[in-house]
Ligand binder design. Structure first.
Ligand SMILES: [Zn+2]
Length: 224
């Protein structure tokens, strides 16, 4: 049994990206809760928040530290200035850290299996302050709120459940041990053939920094 810290991005006064009335903070919370439910069968799970509240990055790190978490996964959705940007990606800090990359890859693979029709943008690096922790950690950007097709996907509770289950599967694969149920009970539908995601490590392309004030895990090393 491992202790897994899940961090629903944003919250409270910080909605994250907002498009057409859909707020990133709500989606992130639903996805993280679904991941937590799947993981609790076999692991100890702590969440940095379980409701809509404001949290600093330092407070998020503290939750993981106080729980003695073995790994940390922050859950977000993406947004970009142009509506064509699409897909999912997982971010890790740029320093050499094979464990975090292995965790990121396990989560990418699980999302790719569940959403084979969506674009796998691979592993990206960013100096995210929330990931500045002495444990493997990554930040999942599950689809673009700014892309009309993906926004529709993100509006659906089934997507929250499926994305959460995929994140749980990736975490479970990383820590090993008891397998987490594939898709959180939903019907999979899509093909199961395994597509190896590109294990590329590239800096975030310029399109990614979204057209929104990105105060939270976005990137600027915030003091505190
Ligand atoms: Zn975010």
């Amino acid at each position: 049994m491992s202790t897994i810290c899940l961090d629903p991005g944003h919250g409270g006064k910080d909605p994250g990206a907002v498009r057409e009335g859909l707020a990133e903070k709500e989606i992130a919370l639903q996805v993280a809760l679904a991941a937590a439910a799947a993981l609790r069968e076999a692991h100890r799970v702590v969440l940095t928040r379980e409701r809509d509240r404001t949290l600093t990055l330092a407070e998020r790190r503290r939750v993981a530290a106080e729980a003695g978490a073995d790994l940390f996964v922050s859950v977000h959705v993406n947004a970009a200035g142009h509506p064509q940007a699409q897909g999912y990606e997982v971010l890790v800090r740029p320093e050499h850290d094979p464990a975090s990359r292995e965790l990121a890859l396990a989560i990418l693979e699980a999302i790719a299996e569940r959403f084979p029709e969506r674009r796998n943008r691979g592993i990206k690096t960013a100096a995210l302050a929330v990931l500045r922790q002495p444990r493997p950690g990554c930040l999942v950007e599950g689809f673009f709120l700014s892309n009309p097709e993906e926004r529709e996907l993100l509006a659906s509770p089934q997507t929250h459940a499926a994305l959460g289950a995929a994140i749980a599967r990736g975490c479970a694969a990383f820590v090993g041990g008891v397998e987490v149920k594939p898709w959180g009970g939903g019907s999979a539908g899509a093909g199961r053939e395994r597509k190896a995601p590109p294990a590329v490590l590239s800096p975030r392309p310029p399109e990614s920094p979204p057209a929104r004030p990105r105060s939270a895990p976005g990137g600027r090393p915030t003091p505190g």
